[in-house]
Every structure is written in C-alpha cells, then in structure tokens.
Design a protein around this ligand. Structure first.
Ligand code: GLN
Length: 536
C-alpha cells in the first residue's frame, strides 16, 4: 500500500490534546495491523527542547537514539509501543539550520533563499523523509501551535502543498474547541467556524474535525458545524474530556475515526482493531479500588507536565498492580529536617526526581536520609540516584560535604563527577550522555530480579556520573553498584540490598514505559510499595 500522510492541526486555543488525538489514531491504526509513526513539528526556534526549562514546555522526552524531544513524543510511544527518533520531532530552528547550512555550502547555486520555497521545501522533505523509508503505512504529522500563529505559517503552507501533491494519500484533521458558556448555558460553535475559515485562508480544507468539549455536542450542532465548514457530518467528531487519556482511543473508535481515515485515504476497511490488550489495561484501571500512595520529590511540583513520563510510568505500574495511583508531589525546596516526618510518613513509596542544578537539592538529601533510615521503598532517577549516592556518602561514609561537582565544584568528596569527555564541552545543546545504552546488572541483585534479565537497555540524559574512585567504599558500606555499562564500566544502578527497596538508576526508565509494556523496574518499585503498605 502507498504511504498515507495525515496532518493534524489545531485552532482556537492551545492544549487541545493534538498529541493525544494523534496518538489515539496511531494506536487504533496500529491495532488494525498497520505500520504507523507520528511526527511533530514545533514552531519554535530552539533546535530542540533540550535547552528549554520545564516551565516552558514541560518535560523533555528522550528517544532511544538520543534526541531530546517534545513531551508529545512520549505520548506517541506510550500509545503505540513504537520507538520514535530524531526524524520524529522537528523544530523551526532545525529547518532553518538545515537551510542555512545548505546556503553556506552553496547548494542553492546563487539563488535568493526564501521562506517559500526553501523553508517550505525543507519542511516537506522532512515529512517525506520518514515516508520514503518504506517503514510505515501511515505517517501522522502533528503541527504544533495554533492556526493563525505567525510561526505556524510555513508549516501550513507545506501541508497545503503536500496535500495537493499527495491527493488521496493525504488528509487533514483539524482540532478545535467548543466552549460551553455557563451564563448562557450553551455550547458555542463560532470559534470552530472561525478557526476553519482561518485554515481555509491558508488553502487547507480539513477532512475531519475533532471538537474538544466539556459537554456532549448534540447531533444537530455537529451537522451545523459540518455544513459551515465543508466537512461531511460523520467526520465531525467530539473529543469530550475523559477521566484518563488512555480512554481516548476507545472514544475515537466509537465515533469511527479510524474507519473514516481509512475510507478517506482509500484503504479497504477490514474487521476491527485488535484492542484486547488495551481494553485489559482499561479494565484494570476501572476495577482498581485500593490506592497506592507515592510521593514524588522534585522542584517542579507545581507543574503537571514537568515529570510527565514518570507520572505515566507510575500510573501504568499501579494499574497493572490493580491499584489507583495516589501521587503526592513534594516540593524539595520546602523539605527540611523539621518537616520531613510530617511530609513523608504515610507514603507507601518515594521517588526522587531527575533535575539540574542546586535548587531544591538539599531537600532531596533530607528526603532520602529519612527514607533510608525508615526503610521506605525509594526510587531515585538520574539526579535522584546521584542524590542517593551523595546522601549515603555524607551520612554513612562520613564524608561531610560530599557532593556532585555540578553543585559544588570544590567539594572534598566529588562522589558524582563530570565524565572526562564532558570536561571540554562548553555548548549546552545536545551535549549530554543521551539515548539508550546497555546496562549489565549483577546477578542476584534486586534490579536484575526486577527486569528478569541481566542485560537491559535504557535511556540517559545527564552529564555527571558516579565517581569510580569511590566504588569500593560504597560497596563495602552496603550501597552496591549493581548495574554498569558493559563497555565503559560507568555505574548505572545502585542499590542497598539490606533495605526493602532502595534503588537508584542513572538512566531514565520512565521513557521506555508504555501502556502495553510497562517498565519492569517501575513495576518492581510499585510491588514493593504495595507490600510495604500491606505490612504496616
Ligand atoms: N544534573 C545531573 C547530570 O547532568 C542529572 C540530570 C538528570 O537528572 N537528568 O548529570
């Protein structure tokens, strides 16, 4: 079958859930046996979101090939179980960088380089690059931003041209918002009409409209929208707020989104998507009655999206353990020796978050000391693992002022230190240890038991490492280096076997946890938290 291209745009407001809709459609098409991938174009000038602070766009998601990407790529992987890569997230910055590099090389042979056609051609090239691999039947391309933004214009122009060139092999799904005005007690369709007009002004006629709404949109109202927007009435679909994002694929299937896409792209509709494993997950989610209380200690707790993949990995693990996740955010900057007992007691498990820089770090040490001394199941991820090492050095090994050289370059005990090859790097963009690396786990360790395997591959995003010079001291005092990179011998996992469950991973296991394949170490942590709850 010829590759089909589906473009997803959004209008009226941002945060409509284009990523979730794209992921849901991909999930359904995959469950019908098609090979699917999702690509996101982000209209900002940053080359990638790696240099963005989480307050800007939430978490930075890391792909197996080591690309720092938008958090929507995390949804794509969680919903489809398919790895994404560098080709799946392109920013305006990267498009311009490529064009300017070509200009400097002289590739344009003296021509004036312009937004149209050079920038738009580069955008089109990046869409087709994935298509031309022949690896996919469907490429879903999400255009970040909102129709009407200055930044989005070149992307929309590229979509317009591609639709023209690809004919029936392309279609456009446009997401809008239908607000409910409380005072008038009415749903309003005007913003949708305006948004579609705006899209039409750019030369794009949407084939399918998805209306985000808090209330059910009556059939006659959908018909009216269809009529005003030149869309067939069955292709006007509502996306009503759902209790869980994981229900959205089912909601979309109930309104035949997958069938409409197949029909409009000329693909014969055979049978229905095989959603049994997904439904099994939703069933568990619905049936769970008891909850498990996990504390997440971090400095971005006021921001839902900053720890997106950790939240989702915890939720998946809790669901598979038949529990509701009761996640408590604990602000590391507000934790101290006086209030730690009050803030952490009653939790079934504690997770110490990744991060950069000094802010909130002392609170992480306080939390970790309390958890270690009270034998609470504790999971440290990346900076969280580094903090486990530092806290242990200070309070068990007697190395006062032990630290990471990230926080204190003069520390007398640099138990976490910069890798040699990082020392000469001055650029901050894309220069960390990024992407998937193998990790060999010590036989008999809790980590090896969790994975049921002695060789795993997980994704990294950090500059600093456990300092090899101190390995023997940690080992003999009871903190074991149970995971290491088989090539470089860098320490990737530490654990205290005498404790219930006290494990730190230098890597980020949350990035590889998906609905249909939850990450084993999160499952193991969750089981330990539940066991601890039941013991008390
Ligand atoms: N700041 C630490 C480092 O760069 C940890 C990074 C992280 O938690 N992702 O090594």
């Amino acid at each position: 079958m010829e590759t089909k291209y589906i473009f997803v745009t959004g209008g009226v407001v941002s945060s409509l859930g284009k990523g979730i809709i794209s992921s849901s459609l991909a999930c359904l098409l995959k469950a019908r046996g098609y090979r699917v991938t999702i690509q996101k174009f982000d209209p900002y000038i940053n080359i990638d979101p790696g240099t963005l602070n989480p307050y800007e766009h939430g978490e930075c998601y890391v792909t197996a090939d080591g690309t720092e990407t938008d958090l929507d790529l995390g949804h794509y992987e969680r919903f489809t179980n398919v790895h994404t890569s560098r080709a799946n997230n392109i920013t305006t910055g990267r498009i311009y960088q490529n064009v300017i590099d070509k200009e400097r090389r002289g590739d344009y042979l003296g021509k004036t380089v312009q937004i149209v056609p050079h920038i738009t051609d580069e955008i089109k090239r990046n869409v087709k690059l994935i298509g031309n691999t022949g690896d996919y039947d469907f490429i879903i391309t999400e255009i970040g931003g909102t129709v009407g933004d200055i930044e989005s214009l070149p992307f929309l122009e590229a979509v317009r041209q591609l639709r023209w060139e690809l004919g029936d092999n392309a279609l456009c799904i446009h997401l809008t918002y239908v607000p409910f005005l409380g005072a008038a007690k009415e749903l309003k369709t005007k913003p949708t009409q305006h948004s579609v007009k705006k899209l039409q002004e750019e030369g794009i006629q949407p084939d399918i409209l998805i209306l985000r709404t808090e209330k059910d949109i009556p059939t006659d109202m959908r018909r009216k929208i269809a009529q005003f927007c030149n869309v067939s009435p069955d292709a006007v679909i509502q996306s009503k707020d759902a209790p869980s994002i994981y229900q959205v694929p089912i909601k979309m299937h109930e309104q035949h989104l997958d069938e409409i896409v197949l029909r409009k792209t000329g693909v014969p509709i055979e049978g229905s998507p095989h959603m049994a494993p997904w439904m099994h997950f939703l069933e568990k989610m619905k049936k769970a009655e008891k909850s498990v209380k996990i504390g997440l200690v971090g400095k971005y707790v006021e921001l839902q999206d900053a720890y997106k993949s950790i939240n989702e990995a915890l939720f998946q693990a809790a669901t598979y353990c038949d529990r509701k996740l009761d996640l408590r955010y604990i602000h590391s900057e507000k934790l101290n020796a006086q209030n730690v007992e009050e803030k952490l007691s009653g939790l079934d498990g504690v997770i110490v978050a990744p991060g950069f820089g000094q802010r909130g770090i002392e609170g992480k040490f306080v939390a970790l000391r309390w958890c270690r001394e009270h034998d609470v199941p504790t999971f440290g991820i990346c900076l969280g693992m580094q903090c486990m090492v530092i806290e242990f050095a200070r309070n068990v090994l007697g190395m006062a002022d032990a630290n990471s050289t990230e926080m204190d370059p003069q520390t007398p005990y640099p138990v976490i230190d910069l890798m040699e090859e990082q020392k000469s790097i001055s650029n901050l963009g894309g220069t960390m240890r990024l992407g998937a690396y193998d990790c060999k786990l010590r036989p008999g360790s809790r980590a090896a038991e969790a994975y049921g395997s002695e060789m795993v591959s997980e994704r990294h995003r950090h500059r600093f490492e456990f300092n090899e010079d101190y390995r023997r001291q940690f080992e003999s005092a009871g903190m074991k280096c149970v995971g290491e990179n088989p090539k470089t011998r860098l320490v990737e996992v530490v654990e205290i076997p005498d404790k219930r469950w006290y494990i730190g991973t230098q890597y980020h296991p949350e990035y590889s946890s998906t609905v249909l394949s939850p990450n084993p170490i999160f499952l193991s942590f969750m089981r330990a938290a539940i066991a601890y709850q039941e013991d008390r």
